[in-house]
Design a binder for this molecule. Structure first.
Ligand SMILES: Nc1ncnc2c1ncn2[C@@H]1O[C@H](COP(=O)(O)OP(=O)(O)O)[C@@H](O)[C@H]1O
Ligand SMILES: [Mg+2]
Length: 404
């Protein structure tokens, strides 16, 4: 019997559309000799739909098409699998059963551990990093703090919450000034360059902070790296084995690599022999693969990428983005993407790993992690309940649990 693979995507996030592109590409490349591919599309209201039309882009262009040709479902766990059942209608028919999930979600509310937590609770294997890696991966401040502690180079930064800014704007602006203008202002937990702005003076800085606060209550401000070029490297593996991809150099047209550069650019320079019928997603940005950089730098980036992957406890495929200062020849990890756009498949092709093989590897890693986790003790025998005596319990709680 084929393994039933659910591809979960969309959802309540600013990166909803980008997620559709990643998912449609993955569904197209999954090897159908081995897998039955089941779309699990979440609308922006988090309603789940399934059905074969979701494997093509057309259905997303008209909300009516979705309702007419696809099935609105709810899911629950049954006998170790995830069952998708008709939500509406008289008969609550099971329309699909899923053995393993590929989360192809991006961004806040989805990629940040929310979806992973849901799948953990269902008790179903899934590809990619777990809750911990994803949560840290989504928060640009957590990332910097953890990477710094592990000796991975990151840019100088300041961070704060919006309420702190409103209470003590002067102090925060002073702290930012110590970084030196220009600075770059980012919502801490967004993606796809949304809400990000460079500020060259105090006036623009304040505008940029107000803009970033629209997207998140946690704000990160960093020194701007001048003479900068962007290098990205993907890591595939787990905590027991890691390999790195080719390194790409991203050639953005704007001062910062914008949403347009990332997703609507001029088409990939390198392409798979197979056609990519979906929009090219991350594979469309103007890029040089492999990057034209000295061998030593490529080696250092590859080693640093594994170090960062390990620090996050990541799993599956991750893309690590670097800012490289061409003048000082220093590089900094800019961010980690735990579910990279297009799952970074184009970075593995120069190493002769086609997209279907990358997906196979991700599935194998996920199954291995799931089995390993089953071996760990999850039940802890305790006599707390037997000594807890009902209404008089408040005292007992204080005495026993209070010491936790
Ligand atoms: N410290 C920096 N100096 C110069 N440019 C930067 C810096 N940080 C980010 N950028 C530019 O802004 C883009 C978006 O920032 P990034 O942190 O990667 O956010 P996102 O999660 O939205 O991709 C980067 O791809 C890069 O072009
Ligand atoms: Mg980025």
């Amino acid at each position: 019997m084929k393994i039933r693979v659910g591809v979960l995507y969309g959802g309540k996030t600013t990166e909803h559309e980008v997620s559709i592109i990643t998912a449609v590409q993955a569904m197209e490349f999954l090897n159908t000799d081995k897998y039955e591919v089941i779309p699990m599309y979440l609308t922006k209201e988090n309603e789940m739909y399934t059905g074969a039309p979701l494997k093509e882009m057309d259905v997303y262009k008209e909300p009516e098409l979705l309702k007419r040709y696809c099935k609105n479902v709810v899911c629950y766990n049954k006998d170790g699998a995830l069952v998708l059942q008709n939500k509406n209608g008289l008969f609550k028919k099971i329309v699909a059963t899923v053995d393993i999930v590929i989360p192809a979600v991006h961004g806040y509310n989805m990629e940040d551990g929310n979806v992973q937590g849901l799948l953990e609770t269902y008790g179903i294997p899934y590809t990619g990093s777990d809750i911990y890696g994803c949560t840290v991966g989504q928060d640009k401040v957590f990332q910097k703090q953890i990477l710094e502690a592990e000796g991975v180079p990151v840019t100088k930064y300041v961070w704060f919450y919006d309420n702190e800014y409103y209470e003590n704007e002067t102090k925060i602006i002073d702290d930012v000034k110590k970084l030196g203008f220009p600075v770059i202002v980012k919502p801490a937990r967004q993606g796809s360059s949304i809400g990000i702005k460079i500020a060259k003076d105090e006036e623009v800085l304040k505008e940029a902070i107000e803009e970033a606060i629209k997207y998140d209550d946690k704000i990160l401000i960093e020194e701007v790296i001048n003479n900068m070029t962007e290098l990205n490297c993907s890591v595939l593996g787990s905590n027991s084995y890691m390999e790195t991809s080719a390194i790409e150099q991203v050639m953005g047209k704007d001062e910062i690599l914008s949403f347009n550069d990332k997703y609507i650019g001029n088409g990939a320079k390198k392409g798979s022999a197979k056609k990519i019928s979906a929009s090219k997603g991350m594979a469309s940005t103007d890029r040089v693969i492999p990057a034209d950089i000295p061998e030593k730098l490529a080696k250092d980036i590859s080693e640093t990428s594994k170090k960062a992957f390990r620090a996050l406890g990541a799993s599956g495929v991750v893309r690590i983005d670097y800012l490289y200062d061409k003048k000082s020849k220093k590089y900094y990890v800019n961010e980690l993407n735990t579910i990279p756009g297009s799952l970074s498949f184009y970075l593995w092709m120069p190493l002769n790993k086609e997209y279907d093989e990358l997906l196979d590897d991700m599935i194998n890693i996920a199954v291995k992690r799931f089995k390993n986790k089953l071996k760990k003790t999850t039940i802890f025998e305790s006599n707390i309940l037997s000594t807890f005596d009902g209404t008089k319990g408040t005292k007992g709680m204080k005495g026993k649990l209070g010491q936790k």
